[in-house]
Design a protein around this ligand. Structure first.
Ligand code: ADP
Ligand code: MG
Length: 248
């Protein structure tokens, strides 16, 4: 059962607690007894080989997967407020010919109006404000299919930040983004979490970013193999085993 309310008992600084979480799909145990905490304001990276269950874990957090165990979201300082979750999915594929601008995408998602109706003046002001949060206001009239990987991630991020969540969940935001774009995106996530005081949980395969940006790293391969500070996890035997790294 997902509990979105204040959990108490976590020194008022715990934003997400996962306890003994297991997920089975079609008789296969995909996740087994996963325990982790994401504290308020922290950036936590979830890593693991392909098929390890990273996206499945995120889907369970979003309420899109059945599971056993507990998922507890808490909002600091409030016993009644619901925690808001922002989600950036793995990058969808848009075709350059798709007649859909960033503004159209926002209008569909925020006001649930069909894109062909265009946007009202108030909608457009809100969309501009949202894009400004990710320094992407110049993207408003660009077709989403023509955006670079980094630009598309910024648009999806801006969408996930309206309304401003308590925790932001991103599934492989760095894949499909070039090295320069990756640093820009990570700097932006860092800025956003500090400015808006939110927690970030993201999956990634880009381990070089971890020591600089992540507070904690959780390595899963159907179960938690190790979790801790980035340098500790990256230097661990569990990490070497999970990614088949041999000493030379
Ligand atoms: P990761 O994101 O770590 O690459 P996933 O969570 O996507 O891994 O997948 C973990 C395992 O669960 C894989 O073996 C995958 O085939 C399986 N799986 C995920 N979703 C489904 C589904 N809807 N139906 C059947 N198997 C699934
Ligand atoms: Mg995945």
């Amino acid at each position: 059962m997902i509990n979105f309310f204040h959990s108490g008992g976590c020194h008022d600084s715990c934003c997400l607690k996962v306890q003994h979480l297991s997920v089975s799909i079609g008789g296969d145990k995909i996740l087994k007894d996963v325990n982790l905490h994401v504290h308020c304001g922290q950036m936590v990276a979830l890593i693991g080989p392909n098929g390890a269950g990273k996206s499945t874990l995120l889907r369970a957090l979003l309420g899109e997967r059945d599971y056993d165990g507990n998922i507890i979201f808490s909002v600091p300082g409030s016993r009644k407020a619901r925690a808001r979750i922002g989600y950036v999915p793995q990058t969808p594929n848009f075709d350059p010919g798709d007649p859909l601008s960033a503004a159209d995408l926002f209008a569909c998602c925020l006001s649930r109006r069909p894109a062909f109706l265009g946007q009202s003046k108030a909608d457009r002001e809100l969309i501009t404000e949202c894009l400004e949060r990710v320094h992407g206001e110049d993207l408003i009239d660009k077709r989403v299919g023509t955006l670079s990987g980094g630009e598309l991630q910024r648009v999806l991020l801006a969408l996930a930040l309206e309304p401003m969540p308590n925790i932001l969940i991103l599934d492989e935001p760095l894949s499909g983004v070039d090295i320069e774009g990756q640093t820009e995106l990570m700097d932006m996530l860092d800025e956003i979490r500090k400015t808006y005081d939110l927690s970030i949980l993201m999956t990634t395969h880009d381990f070089s970013m971890l020591p600089r940006y992540a507070d904690r790293v959780v390595l899963i391969d159907h179960e938690v193999k190790i979790q801790g500070e980035p340098k500790e996890v990256l230097a661990s035997d569990e990490f070497a085993r999970a990614f088949h790294i041999r000493e030379v």
